[in-house]
Design a protein around this ligand. Structure first.
Ligand code: ATP
Length: 355
């Protein structure tokens, strides 16, 4: 039986609270006769890493992650890091770039017991994660933006056939297991070359999947369609920045940032990372909602289970997911969702519902 090697980085702000909650649920769920072999190793990232190693993402962390099957990544408060780190990629940008985690997969699903602005929605955004309009990761060396004069800034966008093909394929593969429906999001009427290439290459990949129904929208129109009729969409594929913005929108539409999960994946490794940030405003108050990172960890376990054809691991993921959803359905929620549970009592409720 395979032993899954997983890294754990608590990060900053509410990271410690929500990740400890997740590990408690993982441990409680993986008890009994049918245990999956998981080997977890805590690795430094964030302020604690600056204090101990002089850098928010030490080389040692990257070297160790290279040996892992996957990892759980907490949030970082990089806006508050000392000035000398401001010109560098932040820890999650660096990990996405360094490990070439090209697919940022962000589901948004209506959940029972959660009052979303829309109901009955169930879609997944496949966001290209390595280039596009994010200048911290679209260069081989250096950063893709420049101050030409103190009053003139130039920011670049990069679009390559290779990166578009692989995110499009990931999206179409996912569509084949769901409703066989893909929506391409771009802005090819104005950004004709860059996002035009994105759109055209997605349509080329679509030819490999004749059973999948494909349409496309400009990103601005898509924002309006999501608010008006989110239920009509299933898989959305888009470039980096559009995906970042649209996934915050879809997360909020189905109930809020604290719930939104995500993984970042390449062919061989995946990183669980909630959509929310380090939420410095609520640190230590015991009100952080751990659902985002708990469901991200479920996604990581499912991704590993599919990769290794491991039914036991899939069962473990499903068991944790069911228990989280049951807890929410019963109205046992943290204050951001209108409930009265603390991070700890919510976690205890999830553990109780595992049975
Ligand atoms: P970052 O730049 O790291 O993304 P941010 O402050 O822009 O940070 P978040 O940290 O995600 O964004 O916080 C946005 C708001 O949502 C804050 O008011 C925060 O308290 C709240 N929030 C974020 N995550 C959670 C959570 N897990 N539970 C409860 N509230 C949360």
């Amino acid at each position: 039986m395979k032993t899954y090697q997983l890294g754990v980085m608590h990060g900053d702000g509410i990271g410690r609270e929500v990740i400890e909650a997740t590990l408690a649920v993982l441990e409680a769920a993986n008890q009994g006769r049918e245990q999956v072999k998981l080997k977890l190793e805590t690795l430094p990232m964030g302020f604690s890493a600056i204090d101990r190693y002089g850098h928010p993402l030490p080389e040692e962390t990257k070297e160790k992650l290279a040996q892992k099957d996957g990892w759980i990544m907490g949030p970082h408060d990089s806006a508050a890091y000392p000035e000398r780190f401001k010109a560098e990629r932040n820890p999650s940008g660096e990990l996405r770039h360094y490990f070439d985690l090209f697919a940022n997969i962000r589901p948004a699903k209506s959940l029972k017991g959660i009052n979303g602005l829309v109901n009955e929605a169930d879609l997944i955004i496949y966001r290209e994660n390595t280039e596009g309009y994010y200048p911290d990761r679209n260069m081989y060396s250096g950063v893709g933006e420049w101050m030409v004069t103190p009053d003139v800034a130039v920011s670049s966008g990069v679009f390559t056939r290779k990166a578009i093909e692989r995110i499009a394929r990931a999206a179409f593969e996912a569509a084949m297991k769901r409703k066989k429906q893909v929506t391409i999001v771009h802005k090819a009427n104005v950004i004709r070359l860059g996002t035009g290439l994105f759109k055209d290459v997605c349509y080329e990949v679509a030819k490999e999947y004749p059973e999948v129904e494909v349409n496309d929208f400009h990103v601005d129109a898509m924002a309006a369609h999501l608010v008006k009729r989110m239920n009509d969409f299933d898989i959305i594929v888009t470039e980096n920045m559009f995906g970042d913005i649209l996934s915050d929108l879809t997360g909020e539409l189905v109930g809020g940032l604290g719930l939104s999960p995500a993984i970042n994946a390449n062919e061989s490794q995946a990183m669980a990372q909630a959509v929310h940030g380090s939420a410095p405003d609520i640190v230590g108050q015991e009100i952080a909602n751990p659902v985002g990172i708990m469901l991200s960890t479920v996604m990581l376990l499912e991704w590993l289970a599919n990769k290794h054809q491991d039914k036991m691991l899939l069962n473990l993921a499903k068991k944790i997911e069911t228990s989280i959803l049951t807890t929410l359905e019963k109205g046992e929620t943290t204050p951001d969702l209108g409930g009265t549970k603390s991070t700890q009592t919510f976690t205890e409720a999830v553990i109780k519902h595992l049975d």
